[in-house]
Ligand binder design. Structure first.
Ligand SMILES: [Zn+2]
Length: 189
């Protein structure tokens, strides 16, 4: 079962590791760690967010988490989460531009503010919007590892994928199941 690269909005949610564990860790604790994450996820390398902008990004992350939690559990959407997402969408500055001198007849969509924090928020919010209203909305699932909390798009044909990643949560679950089995076998003897 192939795991495709997750949409960036779900990757943002995944920057909290072990969300439901005793000791969750966060990749976005300050501007420096946030820069690393942005760089690793295809955002311009010149970006360096201020503390306030990091707080905005974390607020967007919470909103996306809340929206997908409601969507995957059938609970009512929280208006504050929707408002937060809409605020980020309001930063959009997409424009048409001619960028290829070899093809002067061609226009492409460019993000007019790609090197600004606003554009980061916009791009991630637009990704969440496309995901929650698009054809794969019903395929968004929450990882079944009980401490994880990350969402993923289940692209498996059977639609029965359980973990955000087979390599991390899936492997941990298999190891735990194996340990339980081994313990049961010992106590049976
Ligand atoms: Zn997981």
């Amino acid at each position: 079962m192939a795991e495709t690269d997750p949409p960036v909005s779900l990757k943002l949610v995944g920057t909290i590791h072990g969300r439901f564990s005793d000791q969750p860790t966060d990749d976005l604790t300050n501007p420096d760690t946030t820069s690393v994450w942005l760089r690793n996820n295809g955002f311009p390398t010149v970006l360096h967010l201020t503390d306030e902008e990091v707080a905005d990004l974390r607020a967007l992350r919470q909103a996306i988490f809340d929206i997908f939690t409601a969507q995957t559990t059938g609970a009512a959407q929280h208006p504050a989460a929707v408002a937060e997402l809409n605020r980020a969408l309001g930063h959009g500055a997409v424009a048409l531009a001619s960028v290829d001198p070899q093809a002067p007849d061609r226009l492409i969509a460019v993000d007019a503010a790609a090197d600004r924090a606003d554009a980061v928020l916009y791009r991630i919010a637009a990704d969440a919007l496309a995901l929650t209203t698009g054809p794969h909305a019903h395929r968004v699932r929450q990882c079944t590892a009980h401490t994880c909390g990350t969402f993923f798009v289940d692209t498996s044909r059977a639609g029965n994928r359980k973990w955000c990643s087979a390599a991390t949560c899936g492997n941990r679950a298999r190891v735990a199941a194996h340990r339980t089995r081994a313990r049961d076998e010992v106590s049976d003897t």
